[in-house]
Design a protein around this ligand. Sequence first.
Ligand SMILES: Cc1ncc(COP(=O)(O)O)c(C=O)c1O
Length: 371
Amino acid sequence: MISDRWAEKYISHDGIYLLNHSVGLPLRSLEPTATTDFWQAWRNADSEIWTHWLAAIESFRARLASLLNGEKDSFCPQTSLSSAVAKILDSLPLDKERNCILMSEEDFPSIAFALQKAGGAGYRLKFIPAEADTSDIDIWDQQTTSDVAMVLVTHVQSNNGRQLPVQLITNLSRQKNILSIVDIAQSAAILPIDLQAWAADFVVGSCVKWIGGGPGAGFLWVSPDVIERCEPQSVGWFSHSNPFEFDIHNFDYAPNALRFWGGTPSVLPYVVASHSLKFINNIGVDKIRAHNNELVDRIIQAISPENLVSPIELERRGGTLILDFRDRNQDMIKRLRDAHVQFDVRAKGIRLSPHLCNNGQQIDALIKLLN
Ligand SMILES: Cc1ncc(COP(=O)(O)O)c(C=O)c1O
């Protein structure tokens, strides 16, 4: 029996909302929380405004740490994943003999654009071809040649819905003395993530998708093993070991991931995201994943296997289902749109992402439309 006890926690929606891989729905309780934690502190208009706001950002970092099993001090707020990866490259010395970054043609383009332009453009991108099975560790073993300095690993690839074996890839990279950056934009809050077990060097993510935390609350996790080697070039007073020292002649990096921060931070996105993180943490990712699996399995069982593009096996799929109805695609898209189903379409097909805001009835209604 599929639980619908979470759906009522989200804002009511006229239709079937399946765009959680793009923008997760807000909780009903979000606006009152933002009023208290953001607006009220401002309206009080006293010298404690920043104390309140910085406390909200601290709680954001602590809740992320709890979601992902990392230390709070290893997390730094960022505006987006692209900006975070650019800062990573700019923080490391470039080895001209070993300047290749390995990634996949199925990764998110914005990350490739940022990697291409950062690091004084001294790096070269090498792409694993789109046809290759990026969930096969042997492919990563073959591609991590002696010129590779860094790998980008996208936990769940948004083009094909595939889950990558992150821990195998980070282990392999470490053995070959290659740094790893993991992109968890499409997996945070829908797949279990254990940063201690992964032991990657850097992890980048955002809260806008499955966390349902709105745009703007990106983040960067930096391993305590590499933090000392990182000298970010884009800094500000919040990257300082003591932001309130105010000695113009002395810049001293924060000892932890906050050295990647910058000038006066934005606050509202973190207040919003922190509230959603609390909700997600209270439920727990195992239950969230089980709910998604139940809904996805119900759809998979009802369609013809030839229409399924994303992987069928649990351990190889993320939360998104990608369907291709070939010459019937346009008809199907129109039918779904007419019925107020919210989804999107990319090169490989129609993307549908069931989450806590969906119940069994909605999925049954969707299945009728798909047949
Ligand atoms: C896998 C993946 N990475 C990154 C992003 C977004 O990156 P940014 O925060 O730089 O816009 C997305 C957005 O859809 C994504 O699917």
